[in-house]
Design a protein around this ligand. Structure first.
Ligand code: ADP
Ligand code: MG
Length: 697
């Protein structure tokens, strides 16, 4: 049960006045969840802030800086009816004149905002235009009373198209107001040593900053929150682990007959590291300790097959296995890949996603409950309460690069002492594996399957677009298949989507009906169809947003063009590039960038050209992040985290891990006063499944 103190935070944002269905949908997109809540706003932190405290006389205004000036309004010069000239407003103080310019805004509104003969305070960026002071579209216009309420330091948030900063600010401020004073869960000595403030005070400083420094990523307030998030994660992990140890595991015995049949049906042989990983997993499965193992491997390293071999082992022992993918597309792809192999072995496999409904779903659930279905492939739909296994022995969670302990837990809960294998394609730098996953066992697939050729990676400036189009056309005429990845413009699907559509239209001029399009806003069925048309070669050119990043596999694709490569992080570039080089033919990755490149973007592109080793790329990524370049998006650098950043808060990560271990040793049921506070923390960061374990235990 969630502590009642927190309930207001978990209420829907729609309770806030002015948030109708339209804003509700925009916030849903911004926070990446269907029902946006106050708690989502609470952890939606500003990426920068505007300081409006400079109040110079007009004579002293520094061009290109944000100022708040006190002026008398003299005269309006409305925009001419046609043409693109702005509505201009002339004003002065005792030292100089200034002009305000407004494009495409109704005259009455401007006249009301800046009434002639009155005094107003106007805040925004002033420029020199033809030697005269000008401000285009001031950010704020207020009178004396409004000035008192004007935030001196205004937080600026990551946005989504259609949502203004003012609106997001309001939601975040409202979230702060819903937050009660909570008991302290951080160890007193540590809190003091770090000079951290309380949880609530820290959030107040982030959402209502007094100084620009207040919102710094490595500053006191954000660090405190990062620590909270890391501690919640580590504590949940530690609780899971101790719970798993509490319940004895089961040994699953098999001779390996099914595994042998699958291997015999393969058109290739296992790589040495696949062999090793499969052996390690089988050893875990055969032992009576519960397995909690991580299988790490670059995209295309063949993790799915290892998962299948593990599944075959428990199935041969008479039990069931489940493989969970993060998306519907991936689940179907796993199924397609697995089906011929399991047929060869005589294993019955079924799929369960949000799309399976009605009678066929019921029939499937029945067969699952009595054990007729031996292997279930699915999405998070597998977690639904009415999905009951006869005897789930192994749960494989293919997380790609999403992480969530609670999902692992929920799946493991569906069986008796279910063994858990987590697969990830995000190579976590070795220096971070322990801190990230706690004491999980780790298997790695470091080599690519044999017969793969290195991918040629080329960087091309965007002004050579025509040449690139021409080259792609030649290749496609020759039978190739190519992805064209559209720029990640901002943290806005809407904009990404528009860019993809525009590029699609442009490329269609060259490629005609051979052009396909897939993006995140399409319905699942349409997405699948677009992918299918690409996979079958009907549309050999696929224009896509980053939806293809997540594990899609078309071995025939040999070209990937990544537009605005400078806007992607290293990990993402690596994931995208991994879409090609999956077959026997030589592949090319074209990184299209807009010149001039900043030093970090340049380095990223260099690294991409130097290596294909995902583990090395992850290390380099971490190092580059240390240089503090922000991509302007919400990427925190630690997948699955909203506040903590791998490079900025690394020392905190280690402390959180040690602290969590200590807590679980000293107060395993979280019953002390601090334990009670920690339960609060777990709820706040939605790791409450771990709390559930305690209460069930
Ligand atoms: P991952 O999930 O690690 O990204 P996949 O399991 O999707 O990788 O495998 C990528 C491709 O490589 C698939 O088409 C798969 O059939 C193929 N593959 C897997 N193992 C081998 C192997 N040992 N030799 C050749 N091809 C392989
Ligand atoms: Mg895979």
């Amino acid at each position: 049960m969630r502590p009642p103190l927190l309930n207001p935070l978990f209420a829907g944002l729609k309770g806030l006045s002015g948030i109708g269905p339209k804003f509700q949908a925009l916030f849903a997109r911004l926070f990446g969840r269907d029902e946006p809540r106050f708690v989502d706003a609470l952890f939606h932190l500003p990426h920068s802030a505007i300081d409006r405290r400079a109040r110079p006389k007009l004579r002293d205004v520094q061009p290109d800086t944000i100022v708040t000036v006190e002026v008398h309004i003299d005269k309006h010069k409305p925009a001419p009816p046609r043409g693109r000239a702005p509505h201009r407003v002339l004003a002065h103080d005792e030292t100089n004149d200034i002009e305000f310019a407004f494009f495409g805004m109704p005259r009455e509104r401007i006249e009301k905002m800046l009434p002639v003969g009155e005094k107003r305070f106007v805040s925004g960026k002033a420029i020199l235009y033809d030697g005269r002071l000008q401000m285009t579209h001031p950010d704020r216009v207020v009178d004396e009373a409004g000035l008192a309420k004007l935030a001196a330091v205004e937080p600026v948030y990551p946005l989504t198209e259609g949502l203004s900063n003012a609106m997001v600010r309001r939601a975040c401020a409202a979230a702060c107001d819903k937050l009660s004073e909570l008991p302290e869960w951080i160890d007193g000595a540590f809190l003091k040593a770090k000079q951290f403030r309380g949880f609530r005070a820290s959030l107040e400083h982030l959402h209502k900053p007094q100084e620009l420094e207040d919102i710094q990523p490595a500053g006191l307030y954000r660090s405190r929150l990062a620590f909270d998030e890391l501690l919640a994660h580590q504590l949940a992990l530690a609780l899971v682990r101790s719970d798993m140890k509490r319940e004895p595991g089961r040994a699953h015995y098999a001779e390996g007959l099914l595994r042998a049949k699958i291997e015999a049906a393969l058109p290739f042989s296992l790589t040495a590291s696949q062999q090793r990983a499969a052996d390690e997993i089988v050893r875990d499965l055969t032992s009576d300790d519960r397995m909690l193992r991580l299988l790490q491997g670059d995209v295309g390293s063949g993790k799915t097959l290892v998962a299948l071999l593990a599944a075959a082992h428990v199935i041969e022992s008479g039990r069931q296995a489940a493989i969970m993918a993060p998306t519907e597309v991936l689940a179907r792809q796993h199924l397609a890949r697995i089906t011929p192999l399991v047929q060869a072995a005589g294993i019955r496999v079924e799929i369960l996603t949000g799309r399976e409904r009605g009678a066929s779903r019921n029939a499937l659930l029945r067969d699952l409950a009595f054990g007729g279905v031996q292997l279930l492939v699915g999405t998070h739909a597998v977690f639904q309460d009415d999905v009951v296994f006869s005897d789930l022995a192994l749960a494989v969670v293919d997380e790609q690069h999403r992480f969530g302990v609670h999902q692992r837990l929920a799946l493991a809960d569906k069986g008796i002492a279910t063994d858990v294998l987590v697969m990830t394609a995000t190579p976590i730098p070795r220096t971070l594996v322990l801190t990230y996953f706690g004491d999980m066992e780790v298997s790695e697939l470091r080599e690519k399957p044999a017969g793969r050729q290195p991918i040629e990676t080329v960087a091309v400036a965007l002004d050579r677009l025509d040449e690139v189009v021409e080259a792609v056309r030649r290749a496609i005429d020759g039978g190739a298949r190519a992805y064209w990845i559209c720029p990640l413009v901002e943290e806005s699907e809407e904009v990404d989507f528009a860019a993809a559509e525009a590029r699609f239209a442009h490329l269609q001029e060259f490629f005609g009906a051979r052009t396909g399009l897939v993006h995140g806003k399409m319905k699942a069925a349409d997405k699948d169809e677009a992918m299918e048309r690409f996979a079958s070669g009907n549309t050999p050119l696929l224009v896509a947003t980053t939806v293809v990043e997540v594990g899609v596999d078309v071995p025939e694709a040999t070209i990937i063009v990544i537009e605005h490569a400078e806007r992607f992080g290293l990990a993402q570039l690596d994931q995208l590039r991994g879409r090609v080089g999956r077959g026997k033919d030589k592949s090319t990755c074209l990184l299209l960038y807009r010149a001039p490149l900043g030093p970090t973007a340049k380095r990223r592109i260099e690294i991409m050209r130097e290596t294909e080793d995902g583990f090395r790329i992850a290390e380099e990524d971490l190092a580059l992040r240390g240089e503090g370049e922000v991509l302007g998006t919400r990427q925190s650098g630690l997948p699955g985290f909203r506040v903590a950043d791998a490079s900025m808060h690394r020392d905190l990560l280690e402390t959180a891990r040690k602290d969590a271990a200590l807590i679980v040793t000293n107060d395993p049921m979280l019953q002390s006063p601090r334990g009670e506070a920690l339960r609060m923390l777990l709820h706040l960061f939605e790791r409450e499944d771990a709390v559930r374990l305690l209460d069930a235990g």
